[in-house]
Design a protein around this ligand. Structure first.
Ligand SMILES: *Cc1c(COP(=O)(O)O)cnc(C)c1O
Length: 490
């Protein structure tokens, strides 16, 4: 007797029925929800949503009907969410998800392969390896290159800096950090990145025992790229002051501006100075699929390590990212052997040897299915569309009076701008940002530049057109007008 038949997928009729029922019901509810064209956000205040969620039952003793639970999830969770598929969703690096990838998520969940040891991912191991190899070739990395899927840019950047640190200590001081911990000189190690680099560079440095103090931020030029001459001077200054500059962390697609550091020049600077070059291409790495813009990645193939996210411009469900190294031997700095998992004497592929995670999702499948079903041509078209849209948007904003655009020639699809106001530009921009958010008509982001409040479009969604952009800006303009009138009246 098996009383749990309807909880797990198997040959039994009970199992088959429950699998079909809950999935088709979920699918119908979601389809119906989007058929009703919800706004990008229903505009409820945080307190209100918090309260609704707090009132949900946490668990049940005897189990509840799927329909009842799904109904509540639709009402309290789905309805109160941000809808990234909406073309008015233009805020963060937060993408709509491809339908083939959603189907892949179902297979991933059913198979539940774990990518740590071969005996938990007998086929998945090879599919991930195959896809990693294909991506490495696309990036024009050397034959010695290798990579692994990760949970995203944060983990990939952490891995890049970890390998940079351990490689430097091993090659310069014959010091094995894995065994011995940090050497006495570790507090003099330095990582150089631009002031627009992602915050996870500093966060990783602090987690790696180097402290945030190890990160030297280099000013950016007019195009928000790391200023190479300043970088070179800083490397020399650090060396002559007794510090050890060990890594340049370049950004290919900064989060705010989408700017791309001069990868070729940075490669040279790194190799001249015996430094590791890590390229954070979490955002910009997707250009590898763009026929028109892939040239912007020139030089990435010479990096010692590379971060790419697929849950941004590759339209994958969270989470999905990858980390690549120029020399696969670099992974030695993070491999460990456990007798029960990946014994040293075994020559099977155990991907745990290349990861900071142990149990790990088979995320490669969703990217793989997307690449096959959507095809490279449409990936290229989608990315190109968003970049063209950003270009048009920036031009249009620049010509609109009362608006100041910081990057009027966006490299990718992010644009930072703000409404001008002599009295209180910060107050005005924050106010109109909130008005738009709670109207649910469109969703944009905000950021601070040199301490001042700015607004931001991240036009990742290939379904977004100028119509949605203009609608959002009109709504912002209207709120700005009202705000200024109130200011006058005071
Ligand atoms: C998004 C992003 C990250 C962080 O990646 P997660 O996937 O959110 O962990 C790091 N660097 C850049 C440039 C990013 O855009």
């Amino acid at each position: 007797m098996n009383q749990f038949k309807d909880y797990f997928l198997s040959q039994h009729a009970e199992s088959q029925n429950s699998f079909q029922r809950i999935l088709s019901e979920t699918q119908n509810l979601l389809s119906e929800f989007y058929r009703q064209q919800p706004k990008v956000f229903n505009g409820k205040k945080a307190e209100e949503i918090e309260k609704e969620i707090a009132l949900l039952t946490n668990s049940s003793i005897n189990g509840e009907s799927p329909s009842l639970v799904l109904k509540e999830i639709m009402e309290k969770v789905v309805s109160n969410s941000i809808h990234v598929t909406h073309p008015g969703s233009m805020a963060h690096l937060h993408c709509p998800t491809l339908i083939p990838a959603i189907a892949a998520e179902l297979i991933i969940a059913v198979l539940n392969q774990s990518m740590d040891s071969w005996d938990q991912s007998t086929a998945a191991t090879y599919l991930e390896e195959k896809l990693v190899k294909w991506l490495a070739e696309k990036l024009l990395l050397a034959d010695s290159a290798d990579g692994t899927f990760t949970s995203g840019g944060t983990q990939s950047n952490y891995m890049g800096l970890l390998l940079a640190r351990d490689h430097f200590c091993q090659s310069q001081w014959n010091w094995d950090v894995k065994k011995l911990g940090l050497p006495a000189e570790a507090h003099k190690l330095r990582i150089l990145c631009s002031e627009k680099a992602h915050f996870t560079v500093s966060k990783s440095a602090s987690q790696l025992g180097l402290g945030e103090q190890a990160v030297v931020k280099i000013k950016t030029d007019a195009h928000m790229r790391m200023c190479v001459s300043t970088l070179k001077k800083e490397i020399q200054r650090l060396k002559s002051s007794g510090y050890y500059p060990m890594c340049i962390a370049a950004t290919c697609g900064t989060t705010d501006f989408g700017s791309i550091d001069a990868l070729g020049e940075l490669t040279e600077a790194a190799s001249e100075n015996g430094m590791w070059l890590h390229v954070d291409a979490a955002y910009g790495g997707a250009l590898v699929l763009s026929k028109k813009h892939c040239g912007k990645l020139a030089g990435i193939n010479l990096a010692d390590s590379v971060t790419i996210d697929f849950h941004k411009m590759f339209y994958q469900p969270i989470s999905c990212g990858a980390f690549f190294v120029k020399n696969k031997s670099s992974f030695q700095y993070l491999s460990y052997h456990a007798d029960y998992l990946n014994p040293e004497e075994e020559d099977l592929d155990h991907l745990v040897n290349k990861s900071v995670q142990t149990t790990r999702r088979f995320d490669a499948l969703k990217l793989y299915m997307s690449l096959r079903i959507v095809g490279e041509r449409d990936f290229s078209c989608m990315i190109d569309h968003t970049i063209e849209l950003a270009k048009q948007t920036a031009l249009w904003l620049k010509e609109t009076s009362g608006i100041e655009v910081i990057n009027s020639e966006p490299e990718l699809n992010a644009i930072v701008f703000r409404f001008t106001d002599e009295k209180d530009a910060d107050g005005l921009n924050l106010h109109i940002y909130k008005k738009l958010l709670y109207s649910g008509e469109g969703l944009i982001a905000k950021t601070k530049i040199n301490g001042s409040q700015y607004l931001k479009f991240t036009l990742l969604n290939p379904q977004t057109t100028m119509a949605e952009v203009k609608l959002a800006v009109e709504s912002l303009s209207q709120s700005a007008k009202e705000y200024k009138q109130k200011e006058e009246a005071l």
